[in-house]
Design a protein around this ligand. Structure first.
Ligand SMILES: [Zn+2]
Length: 412
């Protein structure tokens, strides 16, 4: 291909990319998790898939180790690199993975470096280099139909052998996946990530779904205040309590004891370690499921949700560390923060001490008082419910005060 032809080709690619981005802007992105059925691969293919993760790690560490001008001039056509083995001896490696993967590792590192440099410029501090990776568990598949593509239900050949499969670049055989029914019929598949976990390999596929016109405007429920406690975790201003703790299982403790007794690096030790990782993964899944469920219960059809910007990270360090860690609280809070109907109240607002009826500040209330009784007006209420009510009131007040100002901001 001569220079002119290449330029023309690049122009077409650029134009198509812009079209796609424009179309996606009016759609809703969702990430769908599909589990790969590795049983349908033969040993060589399975090894190849796992080797991709290892090769990405070697390449990533090789690139981090390069001097800056060599890094800048790195050609993604490079196949021969060196990496260090367990004992720190350099080994020559030859990369077998598709070129797209090499480009993805390189460009994501470039991005990391430039954001690190931007941070350095901002703070003026010399905050170090990128760290070497001991594992590489997530491979970017950034071009649908090239790095990966999917065969839906009735596709494939006549006897339906290839239906519900995914193709990964470099691996000839289509791989069966679980969870295909999550993809809506009108979804458009886009980029994905190949993720390695203790329980197997997953494809995190981004899909774009057309936004449906919200013609039937559902009636909004009244606003709600949320008090994040430690014991029951969340109390609403309507007196409802959500317990979002997830118990660490006995099995996990047993496995950890077993691991401590085993010889480090032995086959049995590795086996136990893998089982522990799976337990942690299971725990994380439970936590996420719980957070999603409670989030849905709270936010659906709500016009306003008021919560306090408490410092969960601070809790982790303190007295209640264990209890907080085993709950879905952090996940839930970040989900709530991202919602536009959620109003954050400053963490120093005295939600526990203020009476929602007369505004009196009850200074003497302690952590052990489960009941709030206002010394000024005699109003009595369960402590956490009251705090949530106070927050809701404060939120309503804040909105009433700031709304006219917001209206004056320039209209697009
Ligand atoms: Zn009062």
């Amino acid at each position: 291909m001569d220079d002119e032809a290449r330029k023309a080709k690049n122009r077409i690619i650029k134009e198509k990319g812009r079209e796609t981005r424009l179309r996606h802007a009016s759609m809703r992105p969702v990430v769908i998790e599909l589990k790969l059925d590795l049983k349908c691969l033969n040993n060589a293919e399975r090894d190849k898939l796992f080797l991709y993760f290892a090769e990405c790690r070697w390449l990533c560490n090789y690139l981090i180790g390069l001097e800056s001008d060599k890094f800048k001039n790195f050609s993604t056509k490079t196949r021969g690199i060196t990496s260090l083995d367990k004992d720190g001896k350099p080994v020559a490696r030859s990369l077998m993975m598709p070129a797209k993967f090499i480009q993805a590792v390189y460009s994501s590192l470039k991005q990391d470096m430039s954001s690190l440099a931007a941070k350095r410029r901002k703070t003026g501090k010399k905050n170090g280099k990128l760290k070497f990776r001991s594992s590489y568990d997530s491979i970017e598949l950034n071009q649908y139909n090239d790095t990966h593509w999917i065969c839906f239900g009735p596709g494939g050949n006549a006897n339906g052998r290839y239906k519900n499969t995914v193709h990964i670049a470099g691996i000839k055989r289509p791989i069966r996946v679980f969870g295909m029914d999550q993809i809506p019929a009108d979804a458009e598949c886009a980029n994905a990530k190949l993720v390695k976990r203790a329980s197997g390999i997953y494809l995190m596929l981004t899909c774009y779904i057309p936004k449906h016109d919200g013609t039937a405007e559902t009636e909004k429920k009244p606003g709600i205040g949320l008090d994040f406690g430690i014991k029951t975790t969340i109390t609403t201003s309507e007196g409802e309590k959500f317990d979002i703790s997830v118990q660490e299982q006995e099995r996990l403790k047993g496995l950890q004891r077993k691991l401590a007794r085993q010889v480090k690096g032995s086959g049995g030790w590795r086996d136990t370690k893998h089982r522990i990782q799976r337990e942690y993964e299971r725990l994380a899944n439970k936590r996420r499921a719980k957070a999603n469920q409670v989030y849905h219960d709270i936010v659906t059809d709500r016009g306003l949700v008021v919560m306090q910007d408490e410092n969960i990270k601070g809790w982790h360090k303190g007295l209640f560390g264990k209890q907080v860690q085993n709950s879905a609280l952090g996940t839930l809070k970040s989900k709530l923060k991202a919602n536009e109907n959620v109003l954050m109240i400053n963490r120093f607002f005295p939600s526990t001490r203020m009476c929602p009826v007369c505004g009196h500040i009850h200074e003497d209330i302690t952590l052990s008082d489960r009941e709030f009784v206002c010394p000024a007006c005699g109003y009595a209420e369960e402590r956490d419910t009251k705090a949530a009510k106070t927050l809701l009131l404060a939120g309503g007040h804040e909105i009433a005060c700031t709304l006219p100002e917001q209206k004056r901001t320039p209209v697009e």
